[in-house]
Write a protein that binds this ligand. Structure first.
Ligand code: FAD
Ligand code: NAD
Length: 493
């Protein structure tokens, strides 16, 4: 094979959401692209993350619906059990079809997928084993993603002590599970296991679940999970865990110092993820990982490292990148456009929505109240319970809409009048730019998109209040919460 045949405009290492989106966009812009992947294209999100977990959470929702149908609506439905083989077969079919879809998109776009493990051999060269040595004319994109973080002295056994990878593909359901870590994975898996019938204890080291979200989101989420029978211990520490044949004996110190001994079938460790750089050959390209293993861009607007032409996307990026699949799509598209000579807008991480698909769900975008105050904003908030709307009552699961906005500077509302007492700090002043929107409750994952535009376009409540929400819907609560901030509240007392 001639040298020219082993050249490409762009070489992407890793075929997860970050890598394959880079490859697809670069190919669409006319670049010749090689994508090196040593496992399956689609990566964590498709094979071990977003898609299989959400497929199972959908099944969990159906189970909860049957219970609600009987207990709340007098529908004589009986849940006779869960056919684990059938449930996982449907999940796997969804993953397989999506995998074929990604492979098809890449083939159709003309991306050359080289199967093998890629190692940088220089700032423009990559060795793929097997797959040969490759040279990039324009640039290399690092998209090797992340894997579960293990705690010292608590190695996953794959059966009793498990990661999110193992938990998805376990041969059956545990009767009891201790979930360590109250981030997105811990909360979603605690919720899933509870719906499937397990006794669940959720242990979080910080003083609240989803510690990066608004305090009110953590509070409402915790209330909802506890109502479903999940034991939630925050500010708690796992002191010891001893796996034995059919389970784990664990010792946990709770926030007030009491010690609890638990005997559970499974301990699920969900304490974050670490970037994958083993064997990547960063040094050969003149790069180093930071203390937490991330590869930081020198120029965030181009996601380009200090080595010109070497870019980074996805879970390999440090904060403020978010470790979310939809953010990695945007990062991949941006890098492809940069490599094609365009000047795309930088990724606005503050306007990326964050969703937890538990029951109840959480969905938010923009600044928390605390974050807004910390960054110097003079803040007005309004919190509206979902149950203040008819559709919220129909669902009967509680929940809320919380809006964080800048005081003043906005245009005066058309309606004038006093804000309700619920709009804390609003008074009769005009309210300025919306800084953040925080939702908890049923289906809020599908409701956050309008708020993402509101925050991204820096709208104010008066702008929003001109737009009529359909009645009766859950989304009316968002509309009503904005009406109140625009001093035109109709139903919020
Ligand atoms: C349980 C779980 C649920 C999640 N749910 C959601 C969700 O609902 N929504 C959301 O937005 N995000 C979710 N995430 C996060 C999301 O999965 C990640 O943010 C996303 O997958 C990151 O994409 P990536 O391309 O950076 O990395 P990855 O998807 O990890 O892909 C990296 C790829 O690189 C390959 N690779 C690594 N090293 C090499 C090498 N040297 N040579 C060749 N190939 C290599 C790997 O095989 C892999 O395929 C979830 C994660 C988990 C674990
Ligand atoms: N719905 C979604 O978008 C979704 C779903 C799952 C995962 N993800 C992403 O995957 C990544 C990993 O998720 P994650 O939940 O594992 O990580 P995370 O970092 O979001 O949360 C980990 C949690 O574990 C806690 N923790 C750390 N050490 C602990 C200990 N020793 N004992 C008890 N608690 C401890 C932390 O305080 C934190 O709250 C994140 O980037 C997340 O956003 C996203």
């Amino acid at each position: 094979m001639s040298d020219r045949e082993h050249e490409a405009d762009v070489i992407v290492i890793g075929g997860g959401t970050g890598g394959y989106s880079t490859a697809l966009r670069a190919a669409a812009l006319g670049l010749n692209v090689v994508l090196a992947e040593h496992d399956l294209v689609g990566g964590t999100c498709l094979h071990r993350g977003c898609i299989p977990s959400k497929a199972m959470l959908h099944a969990a929702e159906l189970i909860d619906d049957v219970v609600e149908a009987r207990e709340r609506w007098g529908v004589n439905a009986t849940l006779e059990g869960v056919d684990w083989a059938a449930l996982t077969a449907t999940r796997d079919d969804i993953v397989t079809r999506n995998h074929r879809g990604v492979e098809g998109h890449l083939a159709h776009a003309g991306v050359r997928v080289v199967r093998g493990f890629a190692t940088l051999t220089g700032p423009r060269t990559v060795r793929v084993q097997p797959g040969g040595d490759w040279t990039a004319r324009r640039g290399i994109v690092l998209a090797t993603g992340s894997r579960p973080r293990a705690l010292p002295g608590l190695a996953p056994t794959g059966r009793q002590v498990v990661t999110s990878d193992d938990a998805l593909f376990a041969p059956g359901l545990p009767g009891s599970v201790l979930v360590l870590g109250g981030g997105a994975i811990g909360v979603e898996y605690a919720s899933l296991h509870r719906s499937l019938g397990a006794d669940v204890t959720l242990v979080e080291a910080a003083d609240r679940l989803l510690p990066l979200e608004d305090v009110e989101v953590s509070r409402q989420l915790t209330r909802g999970l506890k109502k479903r029978g999940i034991a939630v211990w925050t500010g708690a520490r796992l002191e010891d865990a001893q796996p034995y044949e059919s389970g784990v004996r664990a010792t946990v110190t709770a926030a007030r110092g009491q010690t609890h001994h638990l005997d559970v079938e499974r301990l699920l460790v969900a304490v974050g993820r670490v970037p994958v750089t083993e064997g990547l050959g960063l040094a050969a390209a003149g790069l180093t990982a930071d203390a937490r293993g991330h590869v930081a861009p020198a120029d965030w607007s181009r996601l380009e490292t200090a080595v010109p032409g070497v870019h980074v996307v996805g879970d390999l990026l440090p904060p403020p990148a978010l470790g979310l699949a939809h953010a990695s799509f945007a990062e991949g598209m941006l890098v492809a456009e940069v490599l094609a000579g365009q000047s795309p807008r930088p990724v606005d991480y503050a306007a990326v929505p964050r969703v937890t698909y538990s029951s109840p769900q959480t969905a938010s975008v923009g600044l928390t109240e605390h974050g807004a105050r910390e960054s110097g904003h003079d803040v007005v908030t309004n919190t509206m319970p979902l149950t203040a709307t008819a559709k919220g009552m129909v669902h009967g699961q509680g929940g809320m809409v919380k809006i964080v906005a800048e005081r003043g500077s906005g245009r005066p509302s058309a309606g004038g009048g006093a804000a309700t007492s619920a709009a804390r700090g609003a008074g009769t002043d005009a309210v300025g730019t919306v800084l953040g929107v925080h939702l908890v409750g049923p289906h809020v994952s599908e409701m956050i998109a309008e708020s993402q535009l509101i925050v991204g376009w820096e709208a104010d409540p008066t702008d929003v209040s001109q737009h009529i929400h359909p009645h009766p819907t859950l989304s009316e609560a968002v509309g009503e919460a904005f009406l109140t901030l625009a001093h035109r509240g109709l139903h919020q007392q």
